[in-house]
Design a protein around this ligand. Structure first.
Ligand SMILES: C[S@@+](CC[C@H](N)C(=O)[O-])C[C@H]1O[C@@H](n2cnc3c(N)ncnc32)[C@H](O)[C@@H]1O
Length: 344
């Protein structure tokens, strides 16, 4: 519309000029007495009339043109809106179809599968809980413990592993037990040694804070004459590269400061439950090669968390490097592998 107005301006100026000239013509002719005044007035009236008709016709033509332009614009907009709406509608329908298909797939495949998996997990967890409850009860009664014992499971060893350890203490009557990683298990094994009538436990702990907590726990159970917690910070040992299956891995480069182990001889049982996995790959590997020369002939090593691939690989390395050893797998929720000399 604005362009229409811009285009009309020069046209109007030209038309105005022509109209003025035509209007002025009869007057000029009358002035020179070439026509009479009446003829001049008639001619002027005629010119005005013709001019008005021409202007009106022009206006009608322009208005029709503008209307045609506007209606074309409206048609184009309408087409765009219709196409956009149609496309959106199509996309909405497609999205709805895809959602419907996904919901159908979910309800016919994934949901039953998920529900089966949840059922299986709940059943397994229930069985584990029951087994740990039974092991806890058996241990408490067998060891005649205090009514309030430090909780097991989670960060601590599970009751089923403690039951394995207590079984070895009862059978071997070791004079010296070494544990890597102190905590609740130190207390439970302290009770087992007291019941066995002899032997002591050295619990090696890298964390000063947990060493203090373990000492306090042991003292609160009156076991400090049996259990000693030794603080041994993790120190540099130099990582090595080993092959596990097809993989070449670099092992943890820190282990307990071995100076705290120097006076230990005649070790009959070793519980390997530290250092933490976060220390690096094969973090618990050094326990056996370091302590084996200080152990009795019938020594037993119990490796906790043996269901983890890293712990299984540690056991594989121990067996490969010490063919005199063999491994048995104890039934435990986190896995417990027992290593002893063959034929002993
Ligand atoms: C795998 S945990 C096992 C400790 C111990 N053998 C047991 O079963 O109770 C290993 C490390 O956990 C840390 N720890 C000890 N007491 C803890 C506690 N109450 N909460 C979290 N971590 C603890 C200690 O640094 C310990 O060396």
């Amino acid at each position: 519309m604005r362009s229409l107005r811009r285009g009309r301006r020069p046209l109007l100026i030209a038309a105005g000029a022509v109209a003025l000239a035509v209007l002025a013509a009869p007057t000029v002719l009358a002035l020179f007495a070439l026509v009479t005044v009446a003829e001049a007035l008639l001619a002027t009236g005629l010119v005005v009339l013709v001019g008005a008709v021409a202007v009106l016709a022009l206006a009608v033509r322009r208005t029709r043109g503008a209307l045609r332009e506007v209606s074309q614009e409206i048609r184009a907009h309408t087409r765009t809106v219709t196409e956009t709406l149609g496309r959106d509608r199509l996309e909405t329908i497609r999205a709805l179809d895809a959602t419907r298909a996904r919901v159908n797939r979910l309800s016919s495949h994934s949901l039953p599968k998920l529900s089966r998996e949840i059922n299986r997990a709940v059943t397994t967890q229930g069985r584990h809980d029951y087994e740990q409850h039974v092991a806890w009860t058996e241990l408490s009664e067998h060891l005649d413990t205090a009514p309030f014992m430090p909780p097991l499971r989670g960060w601590a060893a599970s009751p089923d592993v403690l039951r394995v350890l207590v079984g070895h203490i009862d059978r071997l009557r070791p004079e010296l037990v070494v544990e890597f990683g102190s905590g609740a298990s130190s207390v439970w094994m302290g009770y087992a040694l007291r019941r066995a009538g002899g032997g002591r436990l050295v619990a090696v702990e890298h964390d000063v804070r947990y060493a203090e907590l373990s000492r306090a726990l042991i003292a609160s159970h009156g076991l400090d004459d049996i259990v000693e917690v030794r603080t041994a910070p993790l120190t540099e040992i130099g990582a090595v590269t080993v092959t596990v299956g097809d993989e070449r891995i670099s092992t943890a480069d820190r282990w307990y400061d071995t100076s705290v182990l120097e006076d230990l001889e005649g070790i009959g049982l070793v519980f390997v439950d530290g250092p933490p996995k976060a220390t690096g790959r094969h973090a618990r590997y050094p326990a056996l090669p370091t302590l084996l020369p200080r152990c009795t002939e019938d020594v037993v090593f119990v490796l906790d968390d043996a269901d983890r691939p890293d712990e299984r690989a540690i056991g594989d390395r121990w067996l490969a490097e010490h063919p005199e050893l063999h491994r048995t797998e104890a039934h435990a929720e986190k896995g417990a592998h027992v290593f002893s000399r063959k034929g002993v």
